[in-house]
Design a protein around this ligand. Structure first.
Ligand SMILES: *Cc1c(COP(=O)(O)O)cnc(C)c1O
Length: 422
């Protein structure tokens, strides 16, 4: 299909996620054809810096020779074989690596295929754990306000973004919400015997608009859950794999959760794969005679897809070989300096940064004015691709972004905020 036909057929046959298709059908669209390093290239040959890592998942850039090679090598062996009652080579090798880099004590890896699914798995495992332990009243999840844990109904139940979640209210299970760890403690004091787990996004709530969490709250939640006998589920789908400057955000507060959910960056942004890591203690609660039916009855056709596992192994090897996290430090500093220049703009209300996760909040314009979207459209014209969250401009570049690209990204965003808002 040529460029024109592609656009016609996209508008005819596709239904895009989180997209008002009425606007989509009438406006010109961008169709990506290729990528190279930190750049996206569209069907007209225009180039854009990938300012949000292809929605928060790309890590070392596009068409990374080592990852390409690993996937090709695995293709030469087998593309997919089930993980239900069978095993395969790349998943075993990946799990060994994950257990080594994860916070100490997380020894078991359960694979699925999206961040949402990794959260569902943690919720169901925690629930079943307490049932198996005979604590049948422990069946309520405590969530943090404004959380986002995915779009499947279980993950929406523990989410709290009005705009996305309100309409589905009648379909969701009941949860208890807390604003922060302090509030969580008050709730625990009254209702500890019904709470099975606390679920949280560590350090930074992403989809809510890059909301920084109070320093120390993650460690406080860990203490609380230990004291009151509940699990701590940490959702590192967005924060994992270097995005906060450390491999996992948990490391900043020296926390080992009972469950760790990872997805987005796991394969370097190549293929859909997610994992729920659990402790040996939790794993053991599910052991028993076959006829006791204590097994975890959950799985997906493509759980632990071998191509995706091969990409993930290569992704982690690059972290080691190229000292990605070490090289990231000066870039995080540079990013902070550039953000200072944006802070002084008249229409910027707040800037929040944790490592390579940034939210630039504009003044509280009505969402219907689409100010954030306008900044994004202006940036495209200057060769930068971003996707705002309402009035919050999100920057989350690949860890591999160069200093020159980082400077351009920040310069363009600064100019576009100044222009698109006035
Ligand atoms: C993106 C995200 C999810 C959902 O992951 P999907 O792969 O899109 O299902 C869950 N939790 C957090 C914190 C996320 O940022």
């Amino acid at each position: 299909m040529n460029k024109k036909e592609l656009e016609i057929w996209d508008k005819k046959a596709n239904w895009h996620p989180f997209t008002q298709m009425k606007d989509w059908e009438k406006d010109p669209i961008i169709i990506i054809e290729r990528g190279k390093n930190n750049t996206l290239i569209d069907t007209s040959g225009r180039r854009y810096i990938d300012g949000v890592s292809s929605l928060w998942c790309n890590v070392h850039g596009h068409r990374v020779p080592q990852i390409d090679k690993a996937v090709r090598k695995q293709l030469g062996r087998i593309a997919h074989s089930t993980f239900l009652g069978l095993s395969h080579v790349p998943a075993i090798e990946l799990s060994r690596k994950l257990v080594v880099i994860a916070p100490r004590g997380l020894t078991r890896v359960f694979y699925s295929d999206s961040g949402s699914a990794s959260v569902e798995v943690a919720l169901k495992m925690s629930f079943q754990y307490w049932q198996l332990k005979g604590k049948r009243r422990k069946r309520t999840f405590l969530k943090i306000q404004n959380a986002y844990h995915g779009d499947t109904l279980g993950s929406v139940s523990v989410g709290g973004i009005e705009l996305f979640h309100k309409i589905f209210g009648p379909l969701l299970f009941k949860t208890i919400g807390a604003g922060n760890a302090e509030e969580a403690e008050l709730i625990f004091k009254k209702r500890a015997n019904e709470i099975c787990a606390v679920i949280t996004e560590p350090l930074m709530q992403g989809a809510a608009g890059m909301l920084k969490q109070p320093k120390g709250d993650l460690a406080r939640l860990r203490k609380l859950t230990k004291r009151y006998g509940a699990h701590l589920i940490v959702d590192e789908v967005a924060t994992g794999f270097g995005r906060t400057g450390k491999m996992f955000a948990c490391e900043h507060e020296k926390v080992t959760p009972d469950f760790l959910c990872v997805a987005k960056g796991l394969t370097g942004g190549y293929l859909p794969l997610s994992a729920t890591l659990a402790t040996e203690e939790i794993y053991r609660a599910f052991l028993g005679e076959y006829k006791e039916f204590k097994a975890f009855f959950h799985g997906h056709t493509y759980s632990a897809n071998p191509l995706a596992c091969a990409a993930a192994i290569a992704n982690l090897e690059i972290f080691e070989k190229e000292k990605t996290l070490q090289k990231l430090r000066p870039k995080i500093k540079l990013l902070s300096q550039e953000l200072e220049k944006i802070k002084s703009l008249a229409h910027v209300r707040d800037i929040r940064q944790v490592g390579f996760m940034v939210g630039i909040e504009l003044a509280p314009y009505p969402l219907a004015e689409k100010r954030g979207i306008r900044v994004g459209l202006a940036a495209r014209k200057k060769g930068v691709m971003i996707r705002p969250l309402g009035n919050v401009i999100v920057l989350m570049p690949p860890l591999s972004i160069t200093k020159a690209e980082l400077l351009k990204l920040c310069r363009v965003i600064r100019q576009c905020i100044a222009v698109a808002i006035s």
